[in-house]
Design a protein around this ligand. Structure first.
Ligand code: NHR
Ligand code: GAR
Length: 209
């Protein structure tokens, strides 16, 4: 039974998608804990209501990024995770945290990486006149949004789109590809070689809306 820990900062819809697909599809895995840097995150309340252990660590109450990271690593370490999943987690993690969890740390980023790493991806894609947008699940490395790509989903950018309409369209795809990627990890179906991730069954690693 693989132990999954989820880190989030807000709503938690990606966490919900993972928890629900894990139960529906009977993965040999369990979400054992959910932690947030924002004590008021809606995702924490949802997890607690489902009987999942939660932890709230306000990053503003820590003296430095390193101190926050160390406390986060300590707290989630108590849950003994095999996999740590960033799902709308909004704090950049330092080298020590990433190295400690490397190879078992996933993120979903709301753009077609390597385009638009960082924040405000949908607004930037619209302003750049992109005709496609999407989401990327990747392994986390110390360099922000640059780790090996597990799976991507592409959606059209339509005339008249604003940040909200585009992010709604992308989110539907996030809920499709993130549970898939987590399931592949749990089942040992991913290999990374020279920074490139292969799905060992040959399952598509690109989804088109
Ligand atoms: N940490 C590392 N080392 N590498 C990655 O790839 C990471 C990461 C931590 C989070 C998620 C990421 C995203 O998918 C993620 C990937 C936060 C910021 C950010 O600028 C950027 C990217 C991501 C998450 N955060 C500000 C900070 O100062 C705070 C912003 C806020 O609180 O609203 O940490 O996009
Ligand atoms: C998702 O769109 C996720 O891709 C994005 O935030 C949203 C969280 O939604 N992540 C980032 O922007 C990371 N910087 P959720 O809380 O409902 O899963």
């Amino acid at each position: 039974m693989k132990r999954i820990v989820i880190l989030l900062s807000g709503r938690g819809s990606n966490m919900q998608a993972i928890v629900e697909r894990c139960a529906e599809e009977g993965w040999d895995a369990r979400v054992v804990g959910v932690a947030s840097n924002r004590p008021g995150a809606a995702g924490l309340a949802w997890a607690a209501a489902r009987g999942i252990a939660t932890a709230a660590l306000d990053h503003r109450e820590h003296a430095s990024r390193e101190a926050f990271d160390a406390e986060l690593a300590r707290v989630i370490g108590l849950w003994g995770p095999d996999l740590v999943v960033l799902a709308g987690f909004m704090r950049i993690l330092g080298n020590d945290f990433v190295r400690r969890h490397e190879g078992r740390l996933l993120n979903i980023h709301p753009s077609l990486l390597p385009a638009f790493s960082g924040l405000h991806t949908h607004r930037r894609a619209i302003e750049a006149g992109c005709k496609a947008a999407g989401a990327t699940v990747h392994f986390v490395t110390p360099e922000l949004d640059h780790g090996p790509i597990v799976v991507q989903a592409v959606v059209p950018v339509l005339p008249g789109d604003d940040e909200q309409s585009l992010s709604d369209r992308v989110l539907v795809q996030e809920h499709r590809i993130y549970p898939l990627a987590v399931r592949w990890f749990v089942e040992g179906r991913l290999r990374t070689e020279a920074g490139v991730v292969t799905q060992l069954d040959g399952a598509p690693q690109l989804y088109l809306a």
